[in-house]
Design a protein around this ligand. Structure first.
Ligand code: NAD
Length: 481
């Protein structure tokens, strides 16, 4: 790749058709450290043409050939894991330790789908007619358009591209405008792993709509896979309906974290503090509403706040930093608005609550890890996805009230339950309207487990034993004999 030529189309690195570029910023300094091609409609069409032309031959390759390429990509990713993590921290801001963990997670999808490629089984079904046989095939859906967010800038790409490749689909991908260089690093790996020209194409862009409009309006694109906000997801899904594309939507979350009176409060406080501030609170699975049963609320709040107050804010490359910068000024304003609204409506601010400027850093996007208690349903933070380092604590009296409050949201991605009562654990995990539940555990995610939400958190599942199905159509052949 030459400097600034960040489009990967038909197996070659190139600049935008009109030569436009945009700067890539380090969110901890707000200083530009790179440039990317600002792809537009003409580039989106070129990428789509390449993916369309590559589809017939690619869909006829054996699963073993496709698997081998993914295995090689996995090896290359591991070989350059440290460089990828450093790039991610620079471009997205997360602490290096978390960037390293994300690179491993991203690699898991390459390997998982390398294995899954070989397990795309069909079926035979008995017919009611003696002179007929039913055979069921699973075939690649065709060209896939993928759009990914900035918060997990490498793993959200492998979580889509690996199953598309494994299934025999070709793909066009647009990463978030904040993190184009992480996407470039993934496509360099795919290229070096021997992926044939046109099978996966990358269009970086400063303005997403001209690129996505071309793909969404094209009948040749048969599937849209999107990870990002619910608002944008609805807009894209509506447009994809124009040519009845299949869609997978991994959207926003508003995770409840329930701590019952029989739970180990210390374990719960530790878990909540880890998962709430994961990626500076910018993860779709971060708890947004921490519900604690009343006898425990004071003890939990004290243990939790003590931990949060010790979190170190700074540049992701600095040793010991656990909370990096937010992605931009709009995110800072949202934090300020949620805190002010909650305090004005009677919440107690226990720690944080305002922007901070870590020593020696010029960046404007650091917000202190914040804890707010006595949060009520009238407050913005109770309803809106926070996507930042603010924890809201709410007391409850009994199990049915807790479940009702947890389910009182149009989102349905992750949720968490802390209890040592087995019967309660069964009742509550079954009653929660969420795609994922962490039971006395803060990480219900893995390449091996289905990831996704219900309600306005989206549709479809990524990873796990069903992840490849999102990229396969089912065909039945009823044959006369
Ligand atoms: P976003 O919706 O603003 O952007 C996501 C992607 O959509 C980016 O590539 C962006 O360029 C593109 N986009 C934005 N507007 C567009 C438009 N009008 N037309 C076409 N494309 C457009 O979201 P974000 O701020 O990047 O990410 C944060 C959101 O993503 C949060 O809501 C978070 O919960 C969600 N998220 C969900 C998951 C999940 O798996 N469910 C994972 C990570 C993030």
């Amino acid at each position: 790749m030459t400097d600034g030529a960040t489009l990967y189309i038909d197996g070659k690195w190139t600049g935008a058709a009109d030569g436009a570029v945009f700067e890539v910023q380090d969110p901890s300094s707000d200083v530009a450290f790179g440039v990317a091609s600002a792809g537009g409609a003409a580039d989106a069409r070129a990428a789509l043409n390449a993916a369309t032309a590559a589809l017939p031959a690619w869909s006829r390759t054996t699963a073993y050939e496709r698997s081998e390429i993914l295995v090689r990509a996995h090896r290359l990713l591991n070989e350059r894991a440290e460089a990828l993590a450093q790039l991610m921290t620079r471009e997205q801001g997360k602490p290096l330790r978390m960037a390293r963990a994300e690179v491993r997670y991203a690699g898991d999808f390459l390997l998982w789908f390398a294995e899954e490629a070989k397990r795309v089984y069909g079926m035979t079904i008995p017919s009611a007619r003696a002179d007929q046989r039913f055979t069921v095939l699973r075939q690649p859906v065709g060209v896939v358009a993928a759009i990914t967010p900035w918060n997990y800038p490498i793993s959200m790409i492998t979580r889509k591209v690996a199953p598309a490749i494994a299934a025999g689909c070709t793909t066009v991908l647009k990463p978030a405008e904040q993190t184009p260089l992480c996407a470039v690093a993934v496509f360099e790996i795919l290229h070096e792993a021997g992926l044939p020209a046109g099978v996966a194409n990358l269009v970086t862009a400063a303005d997403p709509a001209p690129v996505s409009d071309v793909w969404l309006d094209a009948p040749a694109v048969r599937k849209l896979t999107f990870t990002g906000s619910t608002e944008v997801g609805k807009h894209l899904a509506a447009r994809a309906a124009g040519s009845m594309k299949r869609v997978s939507m991994e959207l926003g979350g508003h995770a409840p974290f329930l701590v019952f009176d029989d739970a180990d409060v210390e374990h719960a406080a530790k878990g909540a503090a880890l998962v709430k501030y994961l990626n500076t609170g910018q993860a779709c699975i971060c708890p947004n509403r921490i519900y604690v049963q009343r006898p425990n609320v004071e003890a939990f709040t004290e243990l939790f706040t003590t931990r949060v107050a010790k979190l170190k804010v700074g540049a992701g490359t600095t040793d010991g930093v656990t909370v990096g910068p937010l992605i931009d000024g709009a995110a800072m304003q949202k934090m300020q608005r949620q805190v002010e609204d909650a305090v004005a409506k009677g919440a107690r601010l226990l720690t944080g609550g305002s922007p901070v400027r870590p020593e020696g850093l010029t960046g404007q996007n650091f917000f202190a890890p914040t804890v707010i208690a006595d949060v009520t349903p009238e407050m913005l933070i109770y309803r809106e996805e926070t996507f930042g380092p603010i924890a809201a604590i709410i007391g409850f009296d009994d199990e049915s009230q807790a479940v009702t409050m947890a389910n009182d949201t149009h989102y349905g991605l992750a949720s968490y339950v802390y209890t040592d009562d087995l019967r309660r654990a069964t009742r509550v995990t079954e009653a929660l309207r969420f795609g994922m539940v962490g039971l006395n555990d803060i990480n219900p995610t893995s390449a091996a487990a289905p990831f996704g939400g219900v309600g306005e958190s989206g549709t479809g599942r990524e990873g796990g034993p069903t992840g490849i199905d999102e990229y396969l159509d089912v065909k039945v052949i009823g044959a006369a004999v």
